[in-house]
Design a protein around this ligand. Structure first.
Ligand SMILES: Nc1ncnc2c1ncn2[C@@H]1O[C@H](COP(=O)(O)OP(=O)(O)OP(=O)(O)O)[C@@H](O)[C@H]1O
Length: 250
């Protein structure tokens, strides 16, 4: 299978500080990939590079093998099919859950166009099936601001999915969630991967263990190793740099 995303020899330099130093990363279609590593390893910077928020000093990001996206603007990258859910919430609290998703329908990027135009039957169906997927069908008429923390996160993921992405980038999606919300989020991520690749930065090792197939470990701006969680736990170098000691890795 050919990768849907290829990051090649990525170097990011913040006023002389090399936050990312020659990272290669490939993600396959419909893959769920976790990106882990100690604080400051360069994980978020890699997401920033992929979504166009941060520009590289050198290196190339290829989408679908041939599309060079490194120099594109963020909205151009979204239009190509790469979306990102940031840690900070960006839902409209006073609008209903349904309306939040309605706002995310392609071509309806502002409130005015939503108020003016009626949703087509197809668009309505799409929102309803997405509501089912993210477990918020019963809450569709409630104000988004009244949702529980986990539900707000799922709504945001739903808003990204309305863009029909081929790659979804998530930065610590389960932060602040309860045990059951974490589990549901893990299940949701795997369901999303039926149609879309998911690249997730995560610190919660229990979650990574439970929901990962392949994990990439970063340290000091470089990829330290890649593999299953079992393989990573056996890796001496990971144990040393990730936890600062020999022995058990994660
Ligand atoms: N805009 C910036 N200007 C200067 N330095 C930055 C900037 N963004 C990130 N850095 C630095 O680059 C390094 C990598 O940061 P990054 O946020 O990518 O790490 P991370 O692996 O995501 O860490 P964490 O898990 O703590 O979020 C850090 O040392 C950070 O301080």
């Amino acid at each position: 299978m050919q990768p849907i995303l290829s990051c090649r020899n990525i170097l990011v330099d913040f006023s002389g500080f090399k936050a990312v130093q020659g990272v290669d990363l490939e993600v396959q279609p419909q893959e769920v990939r976790f990106l882990i590593g100690p604080n400051g390893a360069g994980k978020t910077t890699m997401l920033d590079v992929i979504c166009g928020k941060t520009k590289v000093r050198s290196g190339e990001v290829l989408f679908q093998q041939t599309k060079k996206i490194t120099k594109l603007q963020e909205h151009e990258i979204v239009n190509l099919g790469i979306t990102r859910k940031f840690q900070a919430p960006s839902i409209f609290s006073k609008l209903t859950v349904f309306e939040n998703l309605e706002l995310s329908v392609k071509q309806r990027r502002n409130l005015w166009s939503v108020l003016r135009a009626k949703l087509s039957g197809e668009e309505k169906d799409k929102i309803v099936s997405l509501l089912e997927k993210i477990g918020l069908k019963e809450q569709m008429s409630e104000a988004a601001g009244s949702l529980a923390h986990g539900q707000k996160q799922w709504l945001e993921i739903g808003m990204q999915l309305m863009q029909e992405p081929q790659i979804l980038l998530l930065d610590e999606p389960i932060a602040g969630m309860s045990e059951s919300e974490r589990y549901k989020t893990g299940e949701l991520i795997h369901e999303i991967a039926d149609t879309c690749s998911v690249l997730i930065v995560e610190h919660d090792m229990e979650f990574v263990k439970n929901f990962s197939k392949k994990v990439t470990v970063m340290h000091e701006g470089k990829v330290l190793c890649e593999g299953s969680m079992e393989e990573i736990q056996q890796n001496e170098q990971v144990a040393e740099v990730y936890l600062g000691r020999r022995g058990k890795a994660c």
